[in-house]
Design a protein around this ligand. Sequence first.
Ligand code: HEC
Length: 224
Amino acid sequence: MKMRKIKSGLLVAVVTTGAMFALESCKSDPASPGFEYMPDMYRSASYKAYEVNPVFADSTGARLPVKGTIPRNGMYTNYVPYEYPNTNEGYEAAGTSLKSPLAATAPIIAEGKRLYGIYCVHCHGEAGDGQGWLVTGGKFAGVPSYQAQLKDLPEGKMYHTLMYGKNMMGSHSSQLNMTERWSVVRYVQTLQKAVPQQPILQQLQLKTVLKRNNPLRRDELRYI
Ligand code: HEC
């Protein structure tokens, strides 16, 4: 007898609980999730990025990064802080202590050459003699030669100039990332060591001397 009472009691409890669940889950509002077990697991108590946020005066949930924050990935790979200031002292300090992290390997020099052909050649010239077509075309002046004035320029100063620019040369820090800047510096170093081209005036003088003393024909002299 006692056993039967317990059994029916249990049955009532199970049916009631089932009915409660059934009724709770049959709401007419389609947007309602119905019964949620531990809703904190679905809905976090913190504000979402694009939600109105009363904590901040401007009510924007998505905050700007802290001033001085540096992007590490994405399109600005290699964006690292540059600690030499844009002053004469910074320039000199870069010259003595800033060293390239890239070895002068053939692929790096080749990449530097490619970039040089895009960003530098029109002023500095293919041979690095400062005779790019903007200079020879009379649009720009005062570009030094890597083999003459800049023969002994250390790599740190080159990099510094690429970061900040120097007098008439603008900064290239937004066009080239760190690896690209150092690659182009590696290529410029090969130009520093290249045999300087004969200045045009000397070539002309040479021609005259040759013409005077040489039995070569006029058309052959054209190719000297
Ligand atoms: C618009 C023309 C122009 C372009 C483009 C240009 N330069 Fe220059 N560059 C100059 C001029 C002018 C100077 C001389 C600056 C001075 O000393 O007054 C110079 C100087 C330099 C120097 C010597 C800096 C020093 O410390 O004395 C280096 C190295 C150099 N450029 C490398 C480059 C490289 C690499 C590129 C391409 C990424 C480049 N330049 C693009 C015009 C240009």
